[in-house]
Design a protein around this ligand. Structure first.
Ligand code: PLP
Length: 445
């Protein structure tokens, strides 16, 4: 364990001690004391979708690095960038025809906002800049992506830098089980700011940490599509987590009755072996530039570098060759059922949700089975620390002060995790939750 007193690193939580992870193999990681953990969070952030220590990806990266590691994308291109763009278009939802590479999720989302805004400007609709998005979300830590959430807890102390985008409440069982209230909220915002000023509706098709494995009801998606047609804004999907297989399809958009105009994706594209993300757009978005200024300048030094694109190509080859998207699609519901069975009868557990290998557990106050747990109990933190003691890594959040969600846990193992390791993750996690639930019952008495 390394605590903040022993390190020059500026960590997330200054009073916390961090296990020093020194190696990984498959769905396991090992710390410097020799303790082994089952990685039910794909490297902690849902990125390591193919598990740890993949020799084939490492070999592909080494071969590319020795041939050509890096060239900048502005005045040069490279075969790996060209091929990866072509392969992404092949697996993307129909209509997506162009790809811009970035180096991570927040960059993908920020680039998506920029493409949406520039699209309208190219078409002469220069007033369109505002973005509407669900309040309960996470799209990244940059100023622009923080501005896409409506969570004061995340935005503080950066409020003065936040753009004045608008937000609607999530249509969860608690607030809006049918999706109608969210549509009414959307209509109200459109009326207030004027649809002619709206650039995009921005959301995760299936939410990750902010509301694990939650997706609005079908009624909402259909209503959103109607409003897009009526008002001419774009729909941008943050598929930073759900893209490249996590939800049992190449992109979660495939499951919905609404095709997005722009998709940002990242984590699973590099699978934890390279920092790479991508923004995909439909032909009609691209044509605004093709028939307009014929330029779109935002970019970063590492966008589309040969090394990271070679890793992306190998990742896609493995996903195809090992039929891993199919595995996630078939195994995901079984895993959700296994998790739900293991947690059955714990009054603090309200719901176990799942889409492929993106699963979420929502906790409530056991006294009424409905309210958020009192924040001072710190249940999310206890779950994560107890899970670490049990040798399983999960990721819990407690965004209660934002008002839309209470304590919850994400469970998102690598797609390659053997069945026996998945079952062991469930066993260790259930032990964790039973231990925390017992403490909570005692303290609430
Ligand atoms: C849904 C979602 N969007 C965006 C991001 C930001 O990605 P990055 O950390 O790569 O910038 C994350 C990171 O966890 C995420 O979960």
């Amino acid at each position: 364990m390394i605590a903040s007193g022993d390190t020059k690193v500026f960590p997330l939580e200054l009073e916390r001690s961090y296990p020093v992870v020194v190696r990984g193999d498959g769905a396991w990681v090992e710390d410097s004391t020799g303790k082994r953990y089952l990685d039910a969070m794909s490297g902690g952030s849902m990125a390591a979708t193919l598990g740890h220590g993949r020799r084939d990806i490492i070999a592909a990266a080494a071969a590319q690095a020795s041939r050509l590691s890096y060239v900048h994308n502005e005045r040069l291109t490279n075969p790996q960038r060209e091929q990866l763009a072509a392969e992404l278009v092949e697996i993307a939802p129909p209509g997506m025809t162009r790809v811009r590479f970035v180096t991570g999720g927040a960059e993908a989302n920020e680039m998506a906002i920029q493409i949406a805004r520039a699209y309208h400007v190219e078409r002469g609709e220069t007033k369109r800049w505002q973005v509407i998005s669900p309040a309960q979300a996470y799209h990244g830590p940059t100023m622009a992506t923080l501005g896409l959430t409506g969570r004061p807890g995340l935005q503080a102390p950066f409020g003065p830098y936040m753009p004045a985008h608008r937000h609607i409440p999530p249509s969860t069982w608690r607030f809006d089980p049918t999706g109608e209230a969210a549509l009414e909220a959307l209509d109200l915002v459109l009326e207030e700011i004027g649809p002619e000023n709206v650039s995009a509706y921005f959301c995760e098709p299936i939410t990750a940490a902010a509301l694990p494995a939650y997706s609005p009801p079908e009624r909402f998606w259909r209503g959103l599509a109607e409003r897009r047609d009526r008002h001419g804004f774009l729909v941008c999907f943050d598929e930073v987590v759900t893209g490249i297989g996590r939800a049992g399809e190449w992109f979660a958009a495939e499951k919905l009755p609404l095709a997005p105009d722009i998709i940002g994706t990242a984590k699973g594209l590099g699978a934890g072996y390279a920092a790479i993300g991508a923004v995909l757009c439909t032909d009609h978005v691209y044509q605004a530039f093709a028939q307009g200024s014929r330029r779109f300048t935002p970019g970063h030094t590492w966008d589309g570098a040969p090394l990271s694109c070679a890793v992306g190509l190998k990742v896609l080859e493995i996903l195809h060759g090992e039929r891993l998207i199919e595995r996630v699609r078939v195994k995901g519901p079984q895993l959700r059922d296994e998790l739900a069975n293991a947690l059955r009868g714990i009054p603090m557990v309200r719901e176990v949700r799942g889409h492929g290998f993106l699963l979420g557990v929502e906790y409530v106050d056991p006294r009424d089975g409905r309210s958020f747990l009192p924040p001072e109990l710190g249940v999310a933190r206890r779950v994560d620390l107890t899970a670490m003691d049990q040798g399983v890594i999960v990721y819990s959040t407690m965004p209660t002060r934002d008002g839309f969600a209470g304590d919850q846990t994400l469970f998102a193992p690598p797609f390659t995790t053997p069945d026996s390791d998945l079952s062991e993750m469930v066993v260790r996690f259930a032990k964790t939750i039973r231990a925390v639930a017992a403490q909570v019952q005692t303290e609430l008495r």
